[in-house]
Write a protein that binds this ligand. Structure first.
Ligand SMILES: C[C@H](N)CC(=O)SCCNC(=O)CCNC(=O)[C@H](O)C(C)(C)COP(=O)(O)OP(=O)(O)OC[C@H]1O[C@@H](n2cnc3c(N)ncnc32)[C@H](O)[C@@H]1OP(=O)(O)O
Length: 123
């Protein structure tokens, strides 16, 4: 089972110079993907206990469209190990002369990957 969320990074998501979005924003998306995976798999929102890897592979800017995907990779007693990727699928213009231009990417760009573990109540 795979869960996918797609959304546009708004001006309110810009946190650093040049409208760069905080990397933690991608982790917030992964938290929502994890929650949906747990609801579908276990009927419970669960709790995120730990990430064992987070890699930011490309910048995200206000106006970019991001797809966050995740899946459960290992089922324990109460633990559910998961992997996640975030892809940029539409890129906002970085040209101040053409601020409304945007580009559909032929190939989605991997911007963040991660893996971690959530915990659900025992069955
Ligand atoms: C996804 C959510 N809907 C949204 C969120 O992100 S919630 C926000 C952030 N998370 C929290 O606020 C949770 C805070 N943590 C807790 O409340 C507790 O740590 C916990 C309830 C999540 C776990 O309690 P704890 O007593 O630590 O757990 P254990 O009984 O020791 O272990 C339970 C299973 O989890 C495995 N495990 C524990 N720690 C780790 C770790 N660091 N890395 C990987 N796995 C871990 C442990 O092995 C148990 O697995 P099994 O039951 O044997 O399968």
């Amino acid at each position: 089972m795979e869960v996918k969320i797609r959304l546009r990074m708004s001006q309110a998501d810009a946190h650093y110079g040049g409208d760069l979005v905080d990397g933690a924003r991608m982790l917030a998306l992964f938290g929502d993907v994890a929650t949906e995976l747990l609801i579908r798999n276990d009927g419970d929102e669960g709790l995120f206990v730990a990430y064992d890897e987070v890699v930011f592979t490309g910048p995200v800017y206000a106006g970019d469209y991001i797809e966050a995907v995740g899946r459960i990779t290992k089922v324990g007693n109460t633990s559910r190990k998961m992997s996640f990727e975030a892809y940029k699928v539409i890129e906002a213009s970085r040209d101040p002369e053409c601020p409304y231009k945007a580009f559909v990417l032929e190939e989605p760009k991997l911007v963040t990957k991660a893996s971690g573990t959530c915990v659900v109540p025992p069955r």
